[in-house]
Each structure stands twice: as C-alpha cells, then as structure tokens.
Design a protein around this ligand. Structure first.
Ligand code: GMT
Length: 372
C-alpha cells in the first residue's frame, strides 16, 4: 500500500504512535509518506520505504497567521497525486482530518482518509463550541475512524453525533526497544542502592497534574528512602519547580527536561507516577509496563484499560494524592507484590499491546477502506 501519514511531529504519544506505526508499515513493505511541518522526532535515521514531505506555510503581510492548514491540505493533495497514495492516515481530527478531507476533494474519491483520535480533540476541543461542529464533520467525513481506547470511543459517541462506526485500536509498544534494561551503570547518578526511584514523564500540561506528582512524592519519601525524576517540560513546569522548592524537596528531585530517548530512563525507575485528570490511553504507562515498571496513577479515561488496578499497578480517583502515595508506599515496601505487578505488566504488554498485533489491525483496516 502507499500510505500518507500526518501527525503532530513534536513530543507526545500521538506522534510516537504515528511514527512507530509508519516504521512498522515500512518494514512490511508498504510505502510510507510522512507529511508534516517537521520530521517526527521518533523517525530517527534513514528508513527504507519512508519518505518525508515538509509543509511550508509562508508568512504574508496581509495574513495575520500563516495558513498552515491550507498549506497542509495542498501538500497532502500534491503528495497523494505524485506518489499515488491509497490513503492518508491522520492522527488528530483537528486540523488533520479536515485537511485530509480537503485533499480528498482535490484528488478524488480514490484517496481514502483514516482518522485516529488520541484524546485532546475530543475531551478538550470537543467541548469548545468554536470547534465542535467542524470536529464532528471531520469525523463523519473520514472513511474510517479509530480511537485509542474504549473510553475514547464512548466519549466520542457521547459528545458527537457520529454517523459511522468507530474502531477501537489500542496503542502499542515496540518490545525490541521497551524491555527491562540493565542500567546499573547510570543508576548511581540518580539514587543510592538503598533509595527507590520514582519517575514522571509528561508534557507538564495541567491535565497531567504534575503538582500531584510532587505531593505524592513528598508523602512517599517520608516512609521510603527515595528520589524522583521528572522528564518533560510544559506550562505547569515552573509551578512544579516552585512546589519542589517550597516543600524542601529540591535535592531529591531531578528535573531532566525534554528527552527523546526514554527507554533507558524508564528502566532506571521502580515506579511511574501518572495522576492525570484526562488520559485517553497513557502511552507512557504502557512503555513503563513493557520495561517491568508498575504505574501508580489515576482512574482517568482509558488509563484503567492499560493499567489493571491491583494487577499491573494501582489506580485512585483523580486528585486523591494520599491514596496514590499509600499505593506507592505499599508497592515499594512489599517486594512480593511489586514483583507480581511487574511480571503481570510484562505479560500484559506482550499479550495485549504487542506492536505486530496492533499493526495487523491497522493493516486490515487500511485494506478494508481501500476496498470500499
Ligand atoms: O497527553 C498529551 O498531552 C499528549 C497527547 C498526544 O497528542 O500525544 O496524548 C494523547 O494521545 C496519547 C497517544 O494516543 C495518549 O496516550 C494520551 O493519553 C493522550 N492524552 C490525553 O488524552 C490527555
């Protein structure tokens, strides 16, 4: 197949999923064309069968903002015509599904559009009256729509008058990369042998509740000798730094900023903290699970479909910091429970979220839309 892919190329789970899926499709012999304003950060070095087409949105004195959406639609149509694309798989309805719809009008019905919903365009933008109708239009005019969890399928149906089927296709993890790794050479940089290491990775948006992460850690470190690593940056980052200072925890917390390569970092940790208020899936919890690291987090959105409460980690109500701290302390002090959760997670990552299985599901979906 000849597949176009558009995603947000910057840090974020949706970009990771789009890029890794593109790589898997190229390994299966399909021609893959990424169309975006920048090279997706996980694309890395040269891959056979993968092409990258940059979108340039020029500035003009008469336009207050560069017309990126139109430039993207135009580029999608150009690439589709030139490389005879069978379909464009867009990640996020806004604006990508709409741009793909426009491209399809320019190219013709033979170009199919597959849209994958990742959460924010439903759970946040879907409630914005200035965008709601156009999101709905983008969904209903795609040839197929997928969502990354059952919870997101449900929320999409509740919020929009969707007049076509929604397929749940879970996110996946490449177990060649995400697996328990020996990181004893660098662990001493972050903690002593007697200390446990807690980890949080996010874009520090308010929905990730990074301040809860610090408050959970504050309680944990009073009972268990431990340290915290924070990876990522975003709007809540300065407040997180301030709270760490206010609580006198600066010396126990490492702020590592944005990191591209997190597989080794995850293996450093004993526990992942993910207390988000919204999480359509929680890719980082899956990545941690595949490395044998249990998650303590919230019962938000699709997270309970990834982390099975009491089996591969522990979940609490959003904002219940004390409950999350108690769960973390329990896991870190009961080695039998810890190893059971870690082992269960390794098995679940392999059985449910294996990259090849999920790639099979997308491949079958692509075939289905091409044949209709
Ligand atoms: O969580 C974010 O803020 C980033 C966003 C993204 O675009 O990557 O994440 C969304 O998509 C991920 C991949 O499907 C999911 O794992 C995240 O749960 C989802 N984030 C939210 O729903 C808040």
């Amino acid at each position: 197949m000849r597949i176009g892919i558009t995603c947000y190329p910057s840090h974020g789970g949706s970009g990771v999923v789009a890029t890794e899926l593109g790589k898997l499709m190229s390994e299966r012999g399909h021609q893959v064309h990424f169309i975006s304003y920048d090279i997706p950060f996980r694309l890395g070095s040269f891959h056979h069968n993968i092409h990258y087409h940059e979108v340039e949105a020029n500035r003009y004195a008469v336009l207050r903002v560069p017309p990126y959406d139109l430039a993207l639609a135009n580029r999608m149509a150009q690439v589709a015509k030139m490389h005879h694309l069978d379909l464009i798989h867009v990640h996020y309805a806004v604006p990508h599904a709409l741009c793909a719809y426009l491209a399809k009008q320019m190219v013709g019905k033979s170009l199919k559009v597959v849209t994958t919903l990742h959460g924010t365009d439903i759970t946040v933008l879907g409630e914005d009256p200035s965008l709601k109708d156009i999101i709905c239009f983008g969904i209903n005019h795609s040839d197929a729509v997928t969502a990354v969890s059952e919870s997101l399928v449900r929320q999409t149906k509740e919020l929009f008058c969707v007049d076509q089927g929604l397929d749940k296709i879970y996110n996946f993890v490449d177990q060649r990369v995400y697996k328990p790794k020996d990181v004893s050479d660098i662990r001493c940089e972050y903690a002593t042998n007697e200390e446990k290491l807690l980890l949080h990775i996010s874009n520090f948006r308010a929905v990730k509740r990074p301040l809860d992460v610090i408050r959970i850690f504050e309680q944990v470190q009073k009972h268990v000798p431990s340290r915290l690593i924070l990876v990522g940056e975003g709007p809540e980052w300065p407040r997180a730094v301030q709270l760490a200072k206010d609580l006198g925890l600066e010396s126990k917390i490492s702020f590592l900023g944005k990191q591209d390569e997190v597989a080794r970092l995850i293996s450093l940790a004993d526990l992942l903290l993910l207390p988000s208020s919204k999480e359509s899936f929680g890719l980082v919890a899956l990545e941690a699970m595949a490395c044998g690291v249990p998650t303590v987090g919230s019962r938000a959105g699709g997270l309970p479909e990834v982390v099975i409460d009491g089996e591969t980690g522990f979940l609490s109500e959003v904002g219940d910091v004390s409950h999350m701290a108690k769960n973390a302390i329990r896991l870190l002090t009961d080695s039998e429970l810890y190893h059971r959760c870690s082992e269960n997670g390794l098995i679940r990552a392999k059985e449910v979220f294996c990259a090849e299985k999920i790639a099979d599901q997308y491949e079958a979906l692509y075939q289905r839309v091409i044949e209709t």
